[in-house]
Each structure stands twice: as structure tokens, then as C-alpha cells.
Design a protein around this ligand. Sequence first.
Ligand code: FES
Ligand SMILES: [Fe+2]
Length: 467
Amino acid sequence: MAQTTDDQRSSGNESSAPPTQPGPSVQELLDTETRPVPAALRDRSRVPLDSGSVDRERYTSYAWHRLEVERLWRRVWQMACREEDIPEVGDHVVYDIVDDSLIVVRTAPDEVRAFHNSCLHRGTALCVEAGRSESFACPFHGWTWDLDGRLVSVPSDWDFPHIDPAAYALPEARVATWGGFVFVNMSAESEPFESYLENLPGQFADWPLEERFAAVHVCKTFACNWKVALEAFIESYHVIATHPQILGSTGDANTQYDTWPAVRHVNRMITPFAVASPFVAAETSEQEVAESMLRIGTGGEPVEVDVPDGTSARAFMAENMRSALGGSWGVDLSDRSDSEMLDAIEYYLFPNFAPWAGVLQGITYRFRPDGDDPDRCLMDIMLLRPVGDGQARPAPAPVHELGVDQGFDEAPELGGLVGILSQDASNLPRVQQGLKTSGYGRVNFGEYQESRIRHYHQTLTEYLERA
Ligand code: FES
Ligand SMILES: [Fe+2]
């Protein structure tokens, strides 16, 4: 974990640092750390962006949605599953994205492949759910492919003299892995995964997500466009109105938003916790900050703590987390900085993947359309926890699906996030509803606090303009 100097702090344009944001800044909070701070947290950057406003058709129009299918979803690298979801040869999951469906299968101990989920006889979907098998047999007439995608059985093959089995391998998508996640790409022409990831692997040098396991996996259906949901989770501007109960311990308006020069697919925010929001800081003591943060974990139940005089809530809460989490997870967190223990350090990989860094949260989000419908989407929430020192890797949690009418309170495994996610969830269908009836017809984004939204819209435009 390298400590950086002031001169190394910004890889972007220093003159474009946020001009009027209230303090303390994330960088000033890092200056108070007593442990080494990962270099990635010192990498503050901001680039000029367009997309100050976009047309609402991006969220509501079927034609736009279809353009996304053709030019986005069929061309980008997208997270399909965790490697741990398919640990043994023959283990597979089905990854659906709008009309497209891929069988993502482990074909060897160190190889994962992705086949288009469609029989080459008359088109039947070969798989409808995750499982383990030695081959893929079509339920309709029994044509069968082996794990390598070779056609190995055609009942009454005398009736298909025109079919050469060697030419009827299942069509494949490209596969790559990073951080314990499996990514797929349906286009043979689109850019290599390594360049697509840009600075993401370097940013995660101190947070190897492949060493974690998915302790929780919830997949919720929302009655909104996938971008409406995504955008609600990549800015902290909405905390003041949507999550007022956490202002006592959330530096919402102090959040640092990072975009880097020539980086199209990655951006980041760091929202400090265990510091009072600038909206309430004047009347909040360090003791109250700590109590406020603990109440998030208990879903609002009061918690009594005693922050010693002269100790900041951040230092106190970080130490509290090091011992509590280190103990319950069975890992040594003694060298982890306060920021890693406390803050929301959330990255984004275009178009729909948002893994958090640091220690405490371990959250990962994925957003995608739900079928061929611009008004519905699926949001996956995984909680990635460390595997205890010397312990065997636990099996990943099965997916807990929540329908459009089910609330997050039906997923208590999300712990302290339930209340916050429920607040976010109540906004989303209202946004979609309002967009449809908008007499104004456009959507506006703030210059800094919504810069990540501007950034990805800029990249989305580039993709959709590419014939
Ligand atoms: S449709 Fe698959 S074997 Fe006939
Ligand atoms: Fe929120």
C-alpha cells in the first residue's frame, strides 16, 4: 500500500477541482489518517464533460432501447456472474440481457466459455436455469452439444444428410474474468477486455475482490428504465432529500467524484462516512456522529457509545469497525485506513456494473433491462465479504429474487441497507412515471455531484453513434 505525495494526488486537471464544494474534502480527511492510505484514494481527478442535459427519450423510448440492444448490449463487456457461481466443470448459469441469452459454463478447471442459448435445430433455448451438466441436450428433439460446444448427438441423423456436425458448434461469446467476476461480450469485433477495463484493475490493487465471496445476492425488479436505477446509485446528491436520517454521519455534499483523462468506461465517487453532512455539521457533535452511524446499522434503533474527548468520530468508528468486523469475519484489518473501513468508495464500469472498494461495504451493483421493456429493469446487489484467514471459501449465496411489488424489507440479509434501499426504491417508479409525462422533455445533471452521470452518458452517446 503506497502512500502518495501531494504532487501525485491528481491525475486529472487540477484547475477543474470542485470550486464551491463545502469541506472537509475527502483529501483533507485522508490527511488525518494515521495509517498508510491506498494510492487509489489519493488519485483525485476531474475532466470537463458535456451531457449537462439529455433528452428523456433515453429512458422512455422503445426505439432508443432497441438501439441500446444493437449498439450497446451486443457490443460491451458485461458482468455475467461470479467465478464462484460455477466452481466445477459443467457448472453453468444463464445470463439474459434483453432478447439475448448466454450459457456461461466452466469447461475446464481454468476455463469458462459462453454459448448462445439457442438450439441450432429449431431454436429452442437449451438452458433455462443454472445447474451442472456434462452436455447440453435440447428438450425438443434431443440434439446435444458437449461442454466445448460440439454437436455430439442428432437423433435420426440419417434424416439430416445436409448437416455436418463439425460445422454446427454452438456460437460463442467472448469471456474474460476480473476480480472474481466473469464478463461476457457478444461482439467479436469490440475492444479487448484488458483495454476496456482501463484504470479499474490499478485502482483495485489494494482490494482484490476475487478473494471475497458473495455472502448476499439480491436481484430486485423495478418499474423503471435501467439507467434511472443506475443513476440513483452513482451520486450522493440525493441523500439530503431521500435519506435525511443518515445526514448525521454522511458527508454527502463532501463527496469526491472522479473522472480521469481519456478514461471512458470507469469513474468513481468517495462519500465519507462518520462525518456529519455539511447540511447539519454545525449542530452535530462527534458523539452524535458516531451514534448516527451506528443507527444506520441497526435500522434506526438507538445505540449508546462513548467517543472519548479529543477523538474524532471517524477514528473512533474506524477502530470500532476494525475490531468488530475483523473479529466476525476472521481477518486482520489492523493496517486498514479509516477511509477503507468507513467510506463509500464506489467505482463504475460502463455500462452497468458498480463494484465498491474498501473493506466495510463490499457492495456490488449491476443494472440491466428486464426483458424487452424500457420501463423495467433488474438490479442485482451483492455483498462481497472476505474469506476468513485460513478458512475454506464459503459457497456463494443463492440469488434472492424480489419482484416488482416486493420491498427490500423482504430481504433482511441486506441488514442496515434495507431502510436506505427502500427509500431509493420508492423514488424509481416515480422517476419513470414523471419522465413519461414530462412536458419539458429533458433531464438535467449537476456539474460536479452528477458528473459520473454526465460521464457515462457521454460514453453511451459514443457507443450509440457508432454504426
Ligand atoms: S429444437 Fe432443439 S432439437 Fe429440435
Ligand atoms: Fe440512495
